[in-house]
Design a protein around this ligand. Structure first.
Ligand SMILES: N=CN[C@@H](CCC(=O)O)C(=O)O
Ligand SMILES: [Zn+2]
Length: 398
């Protein structure tokens, strides 16, 4: 069944040439895009949808969330707004509530959060474990997530749970916990930060997870300068996320990963502006990173502690208004950048997956239409509910 979507006033493709088309059309066939071009030259299809001049762009790729959780941390948020600073210890509150929830409730909560993200235009989403923190609960979170989201990341190294020695817990993460989650996850992550895992412990986790065949990512340089970026570069991680406190050496090291030649993506710097607002951290130096040649992603970091929003539109608006990105750069970071961070910017013949995060023939048909004539309205009209229609893998989901 072929669907023609026509009269797209402005189509931001984020393809290899960064093409932006006027009065464009697309044909979606099954889960793939089979044609893109001027509306005047569009081929016939089984059904047609008139976009009425609205702007179209790829669905958001949210490459960093923590959606498998139960419980509430409103009180912590209010205390922070009253002047307290964020500390990793709040994670333990969510761990307790998550462990207490049954499988049915945890799945229902996750499904509701993913549906909420889709209604905001997100068509490809990663989520992490990290609120189980024992073998059985981490494996359960990974299993539940694998049935719901597109990409799952093992974050057993999120916090040292109460009553554990940090090195003994690191051994557990690197051994039995990794074995238990392995069937359900493609990625591993570590929270390398004061109050969470030291550089040595983080290195052990990354080495064990790489040896188990997982792709790597790192929570780094969020609350202060640290070793997260250096470790991510050392291990060839697909991304390092937060990146609020970077030295010149960190920026140079990240830039160095992007000089390995075409087809060899480096370490993406993932910026999480909604989290930075909620924790009152300085925004990452996104302009400096881009100017140095580093590819960046924007993600929601949706979680109950530091960023309880999955609105990628809000992240795009914030990064334009506060971080010095152009609208095109911000939209690119929230689509193609996220796909790059998840290594889904190109298709994968091995597992039959199609490219996401950009609109081109053969890519997955993930499209959103805005109730606006251009993508610039995302930042020009911040906070407005601009998402009009969303197709995920060729199926209308909003
Ligand atoms: N920084 C570490 N982890 C999450 C916060 C988790 C929490 O506070 O529950 C983050 O990405 O911000
Ligand atoms: Zn996170």
């Amino acid at each position: 069944m072929a669907i023609l979507i026509t009269h797209i006033g402005e189509l931001t493709t984020q393809d290899a040439g960064h093409a932006v088309l006027r009065d464009a059309a697309m044909v979606l066939e099954g889960e793939r895009i089979s044609w893109i071009g001027p509306a005047s030259a569009a081929p016939a299809a089984d059904t047609a949808y008139d976009a009425g001049g609205r702007a179209g762009l790829p669905g958001w790729v949210d490459s960093h969330t923590h959606l498998v959780f139960a419980g509430d941390r409103t009180a912590e948020f209010e205390a922070r707004m009253a002047g307290e600073s964020y500390a990793a210890g709040g994670i333990a509150v969510t761990v307790e509530a998550t462990r207490a929830a049954g499988d049915y409730d945890l799945t229902r909560l996750l499904l509701a959060r993913v549906a909420e993200a889709a209604s905001g235009g997100t068509t490809y989403i990663e989520t992490k474990t990290g609120y189980g923190l024992d073998v059985a609960h981490e494996a359960r979170s990974a299993r539940i997530a694998a049935g719901v989201v597109d990409e799952v990341t093992f974050l057993g190294a999120h916090l040292v749970p109460r009553g554990w020695d940090a090195d003994a817990y690191t051994d557990l993460v690197c051994g039995p916990m990794l074995d238990a989650v392995r069937p359900f996850v493609r990625w591993a992550d570590v929270f390398c930060e004061t109050g969470a895992f030291t550089a040595d412990q983080s290195r052990r986790v990354l080495a064990a997870c790489a040896a188990a065949g997982l792709g790597l990512r790192v929570h780094g340089n969020q609350l202060g300068p640290g070793h997260g970026v250096a470790l991510a570069v050392e291990f060839g991680a697909a991304s390092v996320d937060h990146v609020n406190h970077l030295s010149d050496g960190d920026v140079d090291a990240l830039a160095g990963t992007w000089h390995a030649g075409p087809g060899r993506p480096g370490t993406v710097a993932t910026c999480l502006p909604a989290c930075d607002l909620s924790t009152r951290q300085p925004f990452p130096p996104a302009r400096r990173l881009l100017d140095a040649g580093v590819q960046i992603a924007l993600a929601s970091n949706c979680n109950p502690g530091t960023s309880y929003t999955s609105s990628m539109g809000f992240c795009v608006a914030t990064s334009v208004l506060q971080m010095g990105l152009t609208v095109h750069e911000a939209v690119r970071a929230a689509t193609y950048g996220g796909a790059l961070a998840l290594r889904r910017h190109v298709g994968d013949d091995a597992d039959g997956r199609r490219a996401v995060g950009s609109l081109a023939v053969g890519h997955r048909a993930d499209l959103q239409l805005l109730n606006a004539p251009s993508a610039a309205h995302l930042a020009y009209r911040p906070g407005m509910p601009l998402v009009h229609a969303v197709w995920k893998a060729g199926t209308r989901v909003r």
